[in-house]
Design a protein around this ligand. Structure first.
Ligand code: SF4
Ligand code: SF4
Ligand code: SF4
Length: 231
């Protein structure tokens, strides 16, 4: 097995051992990002509060030789602390339906529409806290649902797998929506360009203005084309 394959396998092993809440408390954009940082850059395995101390032990066992990591057995306080698992709860009387929490939720656990009350699907919520800061009216509270159980004692491999699937589905949906939006804008630009081509400037100023608009639209179309070919 070559080095690159070994590294990919190590990253996957580490990722599989993470709780998949995608909370970013480790300082990386998602669990995969943290797994890559541990495998590639030797980042320590104590940056995942949802996994807690049990999580450190699981990661250390993969990152052999574990003896080197024997003294790393508590969560780095910079990342937060191991705690009972909470679930988000929205106060229906205070919610103004701004949708900011939906945009922040990595696993699509919030349901609602613009200007309507939002609710959290408790069985889908990973307790990541990411919906709390964007709420403009502070109507989301995090409620402990596991009493004194913390870390992996308050979570399971099945829940982690479900959370990972929802995260990936959401990523796919966002990408699809972005592509649809780009296509819509590209069509709009083509129509605008066609309309501009029908106009007949009667002065140098009008001609210069027409060229300026054409250049803007052409640049936008080139950007859209570039995005399409890179996706
Ligand atoms: S669960 Fe949160 S802290 Fe742990 S690896 Fe995933 S994103 Fe990072
Ligand atoms: S509802 Fe809030 S706490 Fe729950 S998963 Fe979504 S963003 Fe995280
Ligand atoms: S961010 Fe707050 S106010 Fe906005 S929809 Fe979510 S819960 Fe309601």
């Amino acid at each position: 097995m070559n080095q690159a394959t070994k590294l990919t396998e190590l990253i996957s092993c580490l990722e599989n051992a993470l709780p998949q809440t995608q909370c970013t408390k480790c300082g990386y954009p998602d669990c995969r990002g943290y797994a890559e940082a541990m495998a590639r850059d030797g980042v320590k395995p104590n940056r995942c509060p949802p996994g807690g101390n049990e999580g450190i032990a699981r990661l250390a066992a993969i990152l052999a030789p574990a003896s080197k990591l024997a003294n790393i057995n508590t969560i780095d306080p910079e990342c937060g602390e191991e705690r009972p698992r909470p679930v988000a709860l929205i106060d229906p009387k205070a919610c103004i339906g701004c949708t900011l929490c939906i945009q922040a939720c990595p696993v699509d656990a919030i349901v609602g529409a613009s200007k309507q009350m939002h609710i959290v699907l408790p069985n889908w919520c990973t307790g990541c806290d990411l919906c709390v800061p964007p709420c403009p009216v502070d109507c989301i509270s995090m409620v402990n649902v596991t009493e004194n159980k913390t870390g992996w004692n308050a979570w399971s491999e099945d829940l982690a797998n479900e959370a990972r699937q929802r995260y990936h589905s959401r990523e796919k949906r966002l990408k699809r929506e972005e592509q649809d939006n780009n296509e819509r804008l590209a069509k709009k630009a083509v129509a605008k360009l066609a309309a501009l081509n029908e106009t007949h400037p009667t002065s140098n100023t009008e001609h210069a203005e027409l060229e300026r608009k054409r250049a803007i639209i052409a640049a936008a179309m080139a950007r859209a084309q570039k995005q399409k070919s890179s996706s």
